[in-house]
Design a protein around this ligand. Structure first.
Ligand code: GLV
Ligand code: MN
Ligand code: MN
Length: 434
């Protein structure tokens, strides 16, 4: 165990702030939607930091970045860590970024402490953890784990009808096919993601660290409604087929579906509600809703999902509205690896940071990494449990605690030499050239 390790929280905070300044919106708002100019500039700046830290960089065909600190035994499967740097509209500066720049700081601290890994330590920066552009999150880790078939990914389209294939070509990742992204089970010995909690429990209980045992299962529906538009003055009320009103009833049915499961763990949100033509004196003729429904238990989540899917035709028939319902993603909750959870709890005891075992209600790339290797997450508190807002905040000290625990965890896991793995990737990577 490399001890003592010194985390440079000032340097880390400067890097977090510098990345936050790369945004599609003025500060304090951070918006970095997949393959936007800001996302591409953010990626370039992270690559530069990784290079300065002496890591070997590779990228795959969706833009997942792999920054490698070569271990002494190249036959051993690497230990991976990482998160994402894309940010939803009107976001803050810590979601995902703490798990990327924090992991980089953990690696720098280990290097500066003279530690030499036996296993390679690999930092992964996943593409499109956030669902903003294509309605589905974790595109990079879904492709990497095989959870998203490449043909389905290629056909995803945004609100302007541009496909993922077109976007990744524009972003410079089009040279190789998407089916080269998938990695074999066993490529990694394990994956651990550092992240802000995005909930209030650690702060409330005054605890510096959470260790994640389970990640709730997300699902997303897209509902497209077509009614009949017309003049707001001329079309009388009995004649109307207003797409917005059908959508409004559906959004209320979504709320009821979550409330009626009897489980406090079911949460449902209609986070997208677009109408056309969007003129005050015109009856809305079209509406598009995107509905996010999650639970820690598959049975209650699926029951709520089915209720919503049953409500849509009922509401639309009554209102004379055409509808289309698509399941964008329906994912099961995952259990984290108990041995990795124990390792992190041990580390916390050693570095004297009290820790709590907890559930992640947000989804993360870890949900998909768990399909190919033992996985868990380290949580740190965030003020008021606030996330996905510009006022998201974790203090330098809280971040530094998480980085310290991550560094010690990586050090431990990179020293275990018991198992040997097949390191062949199904896909292929290419060096980052700038
Ligand atoms: C991740 O950003 C989520 O929505 O849980
Ligand atoms: Mn997020
Ligand atoms: Mn995140």
């Amino acid at each position: 165990m490399p001890s003592p390790l010194s985390i440079d929280s000032l340097r880390l905070q400067e890097q977090i702030d510098a990345l936050a300044a790369i945004s599609e919106a003025p500060p304090p708002v951070v918006t970095r939607v997949l393959f936007s100019e800001a996302d591409l500039r953010g990626r370039a700046s992270v690559k530069e930091l990784c290079r300065q830290a002496g890591l070997l960089l590779q990228e795959d065909a969706i833009g997942n970045l792999f920054a490698r600190w070569q271990g002494k035994d190249a036959q051993l499967a690497p230990i991976a860590t990482g998160s994402h740097i894309d940010a939803i509209p009107n976001a803050g500066r810590y979601d995902g970024v703490v798990g990327v720049l924090g992991a980089l700081e953990a690696i720098r601290a280990l290097k500066q402490g003279g530690f030499e890994p036996l296993r390679t330590i690999e930092l992964i920066v996943f593409t499109a953890e956030e669902p903003t552009r294509f309605g589905i999150g974790c595109i990079g880790s879904r492709l990497l784990s095989g959870a998203l078939p490449p043909e389905r990914a290629a056909a995803l389209f945004d609100t302007d009808g541009q496909t993922l294939e077109q976007w990744r070509n524009k972003a410079g990742y089009g040279a190789r096919p998407l089916n080269s992204v998938r990695l074999a089970r066993g490529v990694y010995e394990g994956f651990v993601e550092l992240h802000i909690e995005q909930g209030p429990l650690l702060e409330r209980e005054n605890l510096p660290i959470g260790v994640v045992e389970k990640i709730a299962g997300p699902s997303t529906l897209r509902v497209q409604l077509t009614g009949v538009g017309g003049h707001a003055g001329a079309v009388l009320m009995p004649e109307r087929h207003d797409a917005l009103l059908a959508g409004a009833e559906i959004a209320l049915a979504v709320e009821q579906a979550a409330l009626n499961t009897g489980s406090a763990d079911t949460v449902a949100t209609t986070g997208v509600f677009r109408i056309e033509p969007g003129a005050v004196n015109s009856v809305p003729c079209r509406a598009c809703l995107e509905i996010d429904l999650r639970d820690t238990q598959l049975s209650t989540r699926d029951a709520a999902l089915q209720r919503v899917e049953k409500a849509v035709p009922e509401i639309c028939r009554r209102r004379g509205i055409d509808f289309r319902v698509e399941r964008l993603n329906v994912d099961a909750p995952v259990l984290c690896d108990p041995a990795m959870v124990s390792t992190i709890l041990e580390v916390c005891r050693e570095v004297k940071l009290p820790a709590k075992q907890m559930i992640s209600r947000a989804y993360h790339d870890s949900l998909f990494m768990a399909q190919i290797c033992p996985t868990t997450m380290i949580f740190i508190p965030c003020r008021g449990g606030v996330s996905h807002r510009p006022d998201e905040y974790s203090s330098p000290e809280q971040i530094s605690n998480g980085v310290l625990v991550l560094a010690h965890t990586l050090a431990r896991l990179s020293c275990v030499s018991s198992k040997r793995h097949d390191r062949e990737r199904i896909g292929s990577l290419q060096p980052v050239i700038t």
